[in-house]
Ligand binder design. Structure first.
Ligand code: SAM
Length: 251
């Protein structure tokens, strides 16, 4: 177990399940076009891995051969956790045609929309896994291989008793630090001020991570590459400030 992991966020239990996860598994029926997109495009974009009890868990022994998935040698990956309906993933896939992108998203309807968008955009350098991104990062991504990790608008889990479900925690920060290449970046965005402050205070203290904008107030400029999504628009409409953060992996 990584140093500093809380019981609530321990990730390495033998069963392959986590006691507290950052998502609720929603499975409303897909509309016909989403169902059709998944059926047609799964073999091209989805990576299936062995689970334990939950269909969103990743079995302890699970392994993905990324070179086989992308059909070329893979030294580094761009990873997104909670990619939603895929706007940032598609933009990044098109902006970085030489890169191999991996996204974790547990919401089936969102994944169906994402593969349809990737197909329309003609992007062939992205793969999605419908599993818990924390376990996926831990079990399927080798240490020191992620050039960029994105977590945009993670679920805020407002109630205090639910804060332990927030994706960004000290233990998750340590896991991310271990997966980034030296010099690699972690990009975050949120429109919830108390979560933003929590991200800052927790991640500024993670060994091996450096707040790229520590000398200018700590908040990062909005990356031009990050498209405005439904979640960001909602925040703006409600008058909430949207903030970005950028952490770099130190040697
Ligand atoms: C508020 S939405 C934001 C989606 C997208 N990043 C955006 O900006 O539009 C958060 C997404 O993260 C997904 N999610 C939350 N925890 C996750 C986890 N541990 N692994 C994979 N997906 C997760 C949820 O299903 C949801 O689609």
């Amino acid at each position: 177990m990584l140093a500093g992991m809380s019981q609530a966020h321990h990730m390495g239990d033998k069963s392959g399940t986590r006691s507290v996860v950052s998502y609720v598994r929603r499975s409303p029926r897909m509309n016909p076009s989403q169902r059709n997109a998944l059926t047609r495009l799964s073999s091209r974009y989805l990576v299936d891995v062995p689970h334990s009890e939950l269909s969103t868990s990743v079995a302890v022994h699970a392994h993905v051969d990324w070179a086989a998935q992308f059909g070329r040698p893979v030294d580094e990956l761009l990873v997104e956790i909670g990619s939603g309906t895929g706007d940032a993933l598609v933009a990044s896939a098109l902006a970085n045609p030489e890169a191999c992108l991996v996204a974790f998203e547990v919401y089936e309807r969102a994944v169906a929309s994402t593969v349809a968008k990737l197909d329309i955009a003609g992007a062939s350098n992205a793969r999605l896994l419908m599993v818990d991104g924390v376990q996926g990062l831990e079990r399927l991504i080798a240490p020191g291989t992620v050039r960029e990790l994105s977590t945009f608008f993670p679920d805020p889990w407002h109630k205090k008793r639910h804060h332990k479900r927030r994706l960004v925690s000290a233990s998750f920060g340590e896991l991310v630090a271990s997966r980034l290449v030296v010099g690699g970046r972690w990009l975050l965005a949120t429109d919830w001020p108390d979560y933003a402050e929590q991200m800052r205070s927790v991640l500024d203290a993670v060994p091996g991570l450096h707040n790229e904008y520590a000398d200018s107030g700590g908040w990062a400029p909005r990356p031009r590459s990050r498209p405005i999504t439904k979640f960001e628009s909602r925040g703006i409409a409600a008058g909430r400030p949207v903030v970005d953060l950028c952490y770099r992996r130190l040697p």
